[in-house]
Design a binder for this molecule. Structure first.
Ligand code: ADP
Ligand code: ASP
Ligand code: MG
Length: 406
């Protein structure tokens, strides 16, 4: 007998037909004698709708009330899934974040999980009850509902698996595993049988939305065995594993992209000590995260151009902060550009192989794609290019690194 956490994403619980299919899938594990806890997302499209309502009610909405609204989608699916399970003879019971409680910090809209009290859940599971948790939501320090950031049900599931010392955490979604690149764009993408935690973490944080970044971080830290698989077809998915478990290593194992960033160039900013601190200090104070940065060599020794990226959602605020500091920073102009995409190649094999970056630069050059900014770390290389080249860049790189399906 194993203890399994089964998480179902939005498309997997999109309507009553899907919810009944989910219940049948859960019942199979129950009938096999396993202890099962279920975690569900909201019906697909539901969270977007609720976010839209909150924004319409008030553009600068109170983050606490935003969470009260957007957490509602998961309450519906938790109840419906419990009902569908009961209807086929499974003793299921729904749980909202506050009922468990799943404790989080107070950062509304992107709260972090602090701990899950599993005493009651474990006792009931031992007595033959099957909990169905509303994902994405928790209880903040002031006893108000919090949410875990978009895609956060993945993190609810992995955190629950860690707290319950589950043997496995199965993440059911609309694709049958983790692919070498987003299969909706790169039609030749290949399904991976296994991927390392580290690579999955980079893939997720660089834009592959198949798992929320935080869920991979948690799985890695707590050694939770995560499987990504389809709720639509019956086939094994992708296991996220330790590096030692991968026998044949590719130099590059995946290519991700993100359209969530925007580029800003400060033209002719003074080239003197303290300028970088003068720019990035106020941005940090405004809770604006900066990702890629390049500073050009100053030609005249007096001024230079400085380019960096921020989240697209922070672009207007960034410009505002910098404009308010114009006198002190002494730049000529600000040029914001939201039409960019960050394309990243990822692979633990990069540690021991040279020439990976060269392949990327050459491939993009051959397609006439200009690279605007580059950043690298031990197991990834990212470039910023014009958004219109997203598909072309992804497909060309996928072929260049020998990742195309046969
Ligand atoms: P869910 O609602 O089940 O949580 P998501 O939409 O959050 O599903 O995540 C699944 C989607 O992630 C897929 O439909 C796919 O388009 C996208 N995706 C992006 N990159 C990858 C990748 N490398 N492998 C698999 N799916 C990916
Ligand atoms: N329903 C939430 C969202 O759309 C959480 C999730 O699906 O994981 O972001
Ligand atoms: Mg998701």
């Amino acid at each position: 007998m194993a203890r399994i956490v089964m998480k179902f994403g939005g498309t997997s619980v999109a309507d009553m037909t899907r919810i009944k299919a989910v219940a049948a899938r859960v019942k199979r594990e129950v009938d096999a004698g396993h202890e099962v806890a279920v975690v569900v997302s909201a019906m697909s499209g539901e969270t977007n709708k609720l976010v839209g309502y909150a924004r319409e009610a008030s553009a600068l909405h109170d983050a606490r009330e935003y969470d009260t609204v957007v957490a509602a989608g998961e309450q519906v699916t938790a109840g419906l899934t419990a009902l569908a399970l009961q209807a086929i003879g499974v003793n299921a019971r729904s749980w909202l974040g506050w009922q468990i409680p799943l404790r989080t910090d107070g950062v509304h809209g992107k709260a972090r999980i602090l701990g899950i009290d599993t005493d009651d859940l474990t006792k009931r599971m031992k007595d033959g009850q099957f909990p169905v948790l509303a994902g994405f939501q928790g209880l903040g320090p002031d006893n108000r509902i919090t949410t875990l950031g978009r895609g956060g049900s993945d993190t609810s599931a992995v955190a629950l698996a860690a707290a319950l010392h589950a043997d496995r955490c199965d993440i059911f979604t609309d694709v049958d595993g983790v692919y070498t690149s987003d299969p909706r764009i790169v039609t030749k993408a290949r399904k991976l049988d296994k991927i390392t935690y580290e690579e999955m973490l980079e893939m997720a944080s660089l834009g592959a939305k198949v798992l929320q970044t935080r869920s991979v971080e948690l799985a890695m830290n707590h050694g939770v065995r995560v499987q990504v698989l389809s709720s639509f077809v019956d086939a094994p998915g992708t296991m996220v594993v330790d590096e030692e478990e991968i026998v044949e290593q590719q130099v590059v194992s995946g290519i991700a992209y993100s359209k969530d960033e925007a580029k800003i160039t400060l033209v002719k900013v003074a080239d003197r000590p303290g300028i970088a601190a003068g720019i990035f200090g106020p941005l940090a104070d405004a809770a604006i995260n900066v990702d890629m940065i390049v500073q050009n060599v100053s030609e005249d020794g007096k001024s230079t151009d400085l380019t960096f990226t921020v989240a697209k959602a922070d672009l207007d605020r960034t410009v505002q902060v910098l404009e308010s500091r114009k006198a002190e920073l002494d730049y000529k102009a600000i040029t914001p550009d939201p039409n960019v995409v960050k394309v990243s190649v990822i692979g633990v094999g990069m540690r021991s192989h040279a020439g990976v970056a060269q392949t990327m630069f050459k491939t993009l050059a051959e397609r006439g794609i200009n690279i605007q900014v580059i950043s690298t770390s031990e197991i990834k290389i990212s470039v910023l290019v014009n958004e219109e080249y997203t598909e072309l860049a992804l497909r060309a790189l996928h072929t260049a690194y020998g990742l195309d399906a046969a």
